[in-house]
Design a protein around this ligand. Structure first.
Ligand code: FES
Length: 198
């Protein structure tokens, strides 16, 4: 069973979506990989000497499948890999890219490291917070955008850089940010209602 508090202050509810317990004393699963993700998972297992070694790539699969690592998603990974829950929790909370909270449809990461900071990342972050009405670690009420400050995105030569989902945007200015946000709003379907552990 996972504890109720992780190292980053994510409080998990006493009774969350994880629900009851299975007949081995573990948490009863209501989540499952889709058939496509299950196929990827099986290929992954074949590449590693044992199930435990596949923990990080399996957590990445789970983030892609479920949107973030809820308590239930972590329990599911522990069950599928036959590893202790504590090992999944400690790994998931160590890596910031393994998201433990619901994200917006467009997750915006703003590099706040030295090269970007010297080229105006702070100003850019302030502009994004103002435009979106949210701070780092928050999601807009329509579920469309989430915002996060991160360390070096490895695009220092074209600072300041931001990353939106898998795409990099470099040499950013507030005007470029505005154009990007407008384009994403125009071309995106409404985000589904977010739920789960906060
Ligand atoms: S400091 Fe921002 S990309 Fe390296």
């Amino acid at each position: 069973m996972f504890p109720n508090l992780d190292l980053f202050g994510t409080c998990y509810p006493e009774s969350g979506p994880a629900g009851g317990r299975d007949d081995r004393g573990g948490e009863q699963m209501t989540l499952a990989f889709s058939s496509e993700t299950e196929g990827r998972f099986q290929k992954l297992l074949a590449r590693y000497p044992n199930r435990q070694a596949a923990l990080i790539p399996t957590l990445i699969l789970a983030v892609r499948e479920f949107g973030y690592l809820s308590r239930e998603a972590m329990a599911y990974v522990a069950q599928r890999l036959e590893v202790p829950h504590a090992q999944v929790l400690s790994t998931a909370t160590f890596y910031t890219l393994l998201h433990k909270r619901p994200l917006g449809r467009h997750h915006i990461q703003v590099c706040m490291n030295v090269a970007c900071y010297l080229k105006g990342a702070d100003h850019l972050a302030h502009h994004l917070r103002e435009r979106l009405g949210i701070g780092f670690g928050e999601v807009t009420s329509d579920g469309m955008f989430s915002l996060e400050g991160v360390q070096c995105l490895a695009a220092c030569g074209t600072a300041p850089a931001i990353q939106i989902n898998d795409d990099y945007h470099e040499d950013m200015t507030p005007a470029k940010v505005d154009a990007l946000l407008d384009q994403l709003r125009r071309t995106s379907a409404p985000a589904p209602t977010q739920g789960g552990d906060q």
